[in-house]
Design a protein around this ligand. Structure first.
Ligand code: ADP
Ligand code: 5GP
Length: 183
C-alpha cells in the first residue's frame, strides 16, 4: 500500500476519540474514517454500515478466514476488526485515512504498514474519564467498570505511539489533531 496517509487513533473508551474524529472530518477535506466490524450489539441510535458493520461471531470468523481484515482484536470481550478493501481503496486515492481502533490493532497495522502514524488520545485524568463514560450514558455500569479497568493498560501502551494528545480542552485537542494529520 502506498500513497495517502494512514493514521490509527487510539485511547481508552470515553477519552473522546469519536468526538475528535467527527470534528476533524469537517476540517480536513480529504479525511476519511474507516467503518469497523464488531460482534458488539448496537447501541441505541447506531446504524449498521454507518457506525459499525454489526456481525455475528460466525460472520466475523469467516471474514478473518477470508483475510478480510487488516487487523482484528478482542476488546472489552467483543471482537472488532478493520475491513481491508476500503482501506486499500482510500489509501490508493491519496486520502487521509483514519482508523479509530484499540492499541493491539494499531500495532498490527504498523507491523504491516510501517509508515502508519499512531496517535493516542489521552484523558486529562482517570476521574474525568469515568465522568465522561458515565455522562455519555451509552453503557451499562458493569460495561463501564470493565472499560475503566482496561484503560490503564491502554495508557501504558501509549509510550510506543508517535503522538499523544491530551483531550482536556476540546478545541485545543482538535487543533492538535488537525495539525498532526496535516503535518
Ligand atoms: P470515545 O470515542 O473515546 O469512547 P467519546 O467521543 O464518545 O469517546 O466521548 C466520551 C464522552 O466525553 C462524550 O459524552 C463526549 O461528548 C465527551 N467529551 C469528549 N471530549 C470532551 C472534552 N474535551 N471535554 C469534555 N467532554 C468531552
Ligand atoms: P465501542 O464499543 O466503544 O464502540 O469501541 C470500543 C473500543 O474498540 C474503541 O475504544 C476502539 O478503540 C476499539 N475498536 C473499534 N473498532 C476497532 C477495530 O476495528 N479494531 C480494533 N482493534 N479495535 C477497534
Amino acid at each position: 500500500m502506498s500513497q495517502g496517509r494512514l493514521f490509527c487513533i487510539s485511547g481508552p473508551s470515553g477519552a473522546g476519540k469519536g468526538t475528535l474524529v467527527e470534528r476533524v472530518l469537517g476540517l480536513v477535506p480529504d479525511a476519511w474514517v474507516s467503518v469497523s466490524a464488531t460482534t458488539r450489539k448496537p447501541r441505541v441510535g447506531e446504524v449498521d454500515g454507518v457506525h459499525y458493520f454489526f456481525m455475528t461471531e460466525q460472520e466475523f470468523t469467516e471474514t478473518i478466514d477470508e483475510d478480510g481484515f487488516i487487523e482484528w482484536a478482542r476488546v472489552h470481550s467483543n471482537f472488532y476488526g478493520t475491513p481491508i478493501a476500503p482501506i486499500r481503496e482510500h489509501v490508493a486515492a491519496g486520502d487521509c485515512v483514519l482508523l479509530e481502533i484499540d492499541v493491539q490493532g494499531a500495532f498490527q497495522v504498523r507491523d504491516k504498514i510501517p509508515e502508519t502514524t499512531l496517535v493516542f488520545i489521552a484523558p486529562p485524568s482517570m476521574e474525568e474519564l469515568e465522568a465522561r463514560l458515565r455522562g455519555r450514558g451509552t453503557d451499562a455500569p458493569e460495561v463501564i467498570d470493565q472499560r475503566l479497568q482496561n484503560a490503564q493498560a491502554e495508557i501504558d501502551a501509549s509510550h510506543d505511539y508517535d503522538y499523544v494528545i491530551v483531550n482536556d480542552d476540546l478545541d485545543r485537542a482538535t487543533a492538535e489533531l488537525v495539525s498532526v494529520l496535516q503535518s
